[in-house]
Design a protein around this ligand. Structure first.
Ligand code: ATP
Length: 221
């Protein structure tokens, strides 16, 4: 299939750092949608929220390292290049405009984020712009009825035939990994099986996620 006819998948996140569950989720959705390209977009974080430990440039670099060697995965700097915090609605509008009204646009989301979708800025407008591909996450609750109704569940072929408005629920991969836990493990052990070797090499080169980087007060002790 020509790329311009395939669904375009967007995967937004903090990626602080990107880990194997992110990559496995992106590959699974790509495969389910006929090897569709997946753009991974590290976000700019609003000032009133806890800040990522790695800056935007470093998170983007780690995403690039993690995507290398996977033909369907691309690091995308669009959200980081915008001034101010990243709103998913603005990202969806931008990509919808870029690809035109007919090509399917799919937003990839973990089941935990899907469950809280009705707290997102103007989330109801998403359904006119994109589908959702939901990847399971251990312990994630079900979303509200309003979210389920806004995005009726559909098989992959329906998402590939329409531009927006449905949700695809994947059953795999189910991985008990979080960036929070990855950061803790890195600070304790200077390694972590949930990240790939090139990402680990980057983290070590830049001194990220060490105890000193997390809490500079500990540096002297
Ligand atoms: P943190 O632990 O800091 O909250 P995180 O691992 O959840 O981070 P994010 O970069 O904020 O990572 O997540 C980006 C997206 O990836 C979200 O949609 C989230 O639901 C999804 N995601 C992250 N980890 C998993 C996982 N283990 N399984 C399924 N989805 C995941």
């Amino acid at each position: 299939m020509r790329e311009s006819a395939q669904p375009l998948v967007l995967f937004g996140g903090t990626f602080d750092p990107i880990h194997r569950a992110h990559i496995r989720a992106a590959l699974a959705v790509s495969r389910a949608l006929g090897e569709a390209p997946v753009h991974l977009l590290p976000n700019a974080v609003p000032p009133h929220r806890p800040q990522p430990q790695a800056n935007g440039e470093q998170r983007l670099a780690m995403v690039r390292h993690a995507c290398a060697g996977h033909r369907s995965l691309r690091a995308d700097s669009w959200e980081l290049s915008r001034p101010g915090p990243s709103y998913t609605l603005a990202t969806l509008k931008h990509f919808r405009q870029r690809i035109g009204p007919r090509r399917p646009l799919v937003f990839l989301i973990g089941a935990d984020s899907f469950a809280g979708l009705d707290q997102w800025h103007r989330w109801r407008e998403f359904a006119a712009l994109c589908h959702l591909a939901v990847v399971p996450r251990p312990g994630a609750p079900a979303p509200s009825l309003a979210v389920q109704r806004a995005f009726p569940r559909a098989p992959a072929h329906r998402l590939m035939a329409r531009p927006a408005g449905h949700s695809l629920l994947l059953r795999r991969p189910l991985m008990e990994v979080s960036a929070t836990e990855v950061r803790r493990t890195l600070a304790r052990e200077n390694q972590c099986p949930a990240i790939t070797a090139p990402v680990l090499a980057y983290i070590r080169r830049h001194g990220l996620y060490t105890i000193a980087a997390i809490n500079p007060d500990n540096e002297a002790s």
